[in-house]
Design a protein around this ligand. Structure first.
Ligand code: PLP
Length: 404
């Protein structure tokens, strides 16, 4: 197990002050902080390698291309994809989902059905609604229970030979629930439907093995797993990526262009039109290496300790209600204090240097289910500490006193 105090030195931002107080950063589910090795990778890239990739004969271009393609291989190995060309580098989860949704425009017909879950982030709802509007396909929703878990028997009832696609997140960003995706995937495959898993919230905590999962598409963002913003990945099975049409047209994604006809480049370039976020891709690779050097087993174990500790402390405050009480959840707590608006709590905590998220967390259907305007969300990473949780609990008690 790592020593958290040592590890915190890897993150320069953790030693800054906010409103005169030491920063307590509990908004990791929105974006994670960046370790020095990733910052160094970015500085090194622009200091020594900056060039456009895949086209130049000159040394810088070749070196930048090698770094970028090496990053793709690191990502491939991390997720255990069979081929590097099954990894498409995108600008993030949202981009990845839109790419796949767009690709299904010609593959769906009226009265086909697609299935989403009640636990989704808006970015795994809206692109599919747009797809359904365009194709006439019907969107079905797996309902959730009070604990914030998907009701699997209802899912089984929704599946039929009309089902063409299922898209569900691996872990809910609003409640922390870990969904039974193995089961979701295998049941979908029994009726011949493809599955996309939104892994944005899972990849900071565990390593998905895309081959073992037999998942058709798996998507994630670098910035939630110690990497920079503006870069992410789409894993797609080779057979699916060959079948889907390109998303954007432009440079880089073509084999040959004439005014009569353009032929597309091979995978993965078919889906990577234009100059990509080269530095971001390389830094994504460095972030994955950094997290693996700490070890996902250690990360998960430590974060669960933080979750238990914080949950017990929170429940000792009168009037606290926690949303998302599944046995299978990650280090994230969504909660409210009776009679107080979440935003007011968030504002007072900020004065104390404590960063939490308040609001609907881009998951309005979940808030509607509980009939609340939003929650306070504290999400912990492996670089957080019990001392920080103590400060957070003190802050909450103070806020409660001021507001009630
Ligand atoms: C953050 C998040 C997204 C969106 O990710 P972007 O990086 O903003 O594209 C989608 N789904 C889940 C579950 C998320 O947590």
């Amino acid at each position: 197990m790592f020593k958290v105090e040592d590890l915190r030195h890897d993150f320069p931002i953790l030693s800054r002050k906010v409103n005169g107080k030491p920063l307590v950063y509990f908004d990791n589910a929105a974006t994670s902080q960046t370790p020095q090795v990733v910052i160094d990778t970015i500085v090194d890239y622009y200091s020594n390698y900056n060039a456009n990739i895949h086209r130049g004969v000159h040394t810088l271009s070749q070196e930048a291309t090698d770094l970028y393609e090496n990053a793709r291989v690191k990502i491939q190995e991390h997720f255990n994809a069979e081929f590097a060309h099954e990894i498409i580098l995108t600008s993030g989860t949202t981009h990845s989902i839109n790419l796949v949704a767009n690709g299904f425009k010609d593959l769906l017909k009226k009265s086909d059905e697609v299935i989403v879950s009640a636990l989704e982030h808006h970015s795994n709802i809206v692109p599919w609604q747009m797809l359904c509007e365009q194709t006439g396909a019907v969107l079905k929703v797996i309902p959730m229970n009070q604990e914030g878990e998907l009701i699997m028997s209802e899912y089984e009832n929704l599946l039929s030979n009309k089902t063409k696609l299922v898209f569900v997140n691996h872990i809910s960003n609003a409640l922390g629930t870990i969904n039974p995706i193995e089961d979701i995937i295998s049941k979908a495959h029994e009726v011949g439907a493809a599955v996309l898993i939104d892994g944005a919230q899972a990849c900071p905590h565990l390593i998905p093995d895309v081959q073992a999962l037999d998942v058709d598409f798996y998507v994630a963002s670098a910035h939630k797993m110690c990497g920079p913003t503006g870069v992410g990945m789409l894993y797609g099975k080779e057979s699916w990526l060959k079948k889907l049409p390109p998303y954007q047209g432009g440079g880089e994604m073509i084999a040959e262009v004439t005014f009569e006809k353009t032929s597309y480049a091979d995978l993965p370039h078919k889906f990577e039109a234009g100059t990509p976020n080269i530095c971001g891709g390389i830094a994504f690779g460095a972030a994955i290496e950094y997290m693996n050097s700490i070890g996902f087993h250690n990360i998960a174990q430590y974060e669960l300790e933080l979750l238990d500790y914080a949950t017990n402390q929170l429940l000792s405050i009168e009037g606290v209600k926690i949303y998302g009480t599944s046995q299978h959840k990650t280090s994230l707590i969504s909660f409210n204090l009776e009679g107080i608006h979440p935003y007011d709590i968030g504002a007072i905590l900020d004065k104390l240097g404590i960063a939490v998220r308040t609001g609907h967390h881009c998951a309005q259907p979940i808030m509607e289910f509980y009939n609340i305007p939003g929650t306070i969300r504290a999400s912990f990473a492996f670089y957080n500490t019990k001392e920080e949780i103590d400060m957070f609990i003190e802050g909450l008690k103070k806020a409660k006193m001021m507001l009630s």
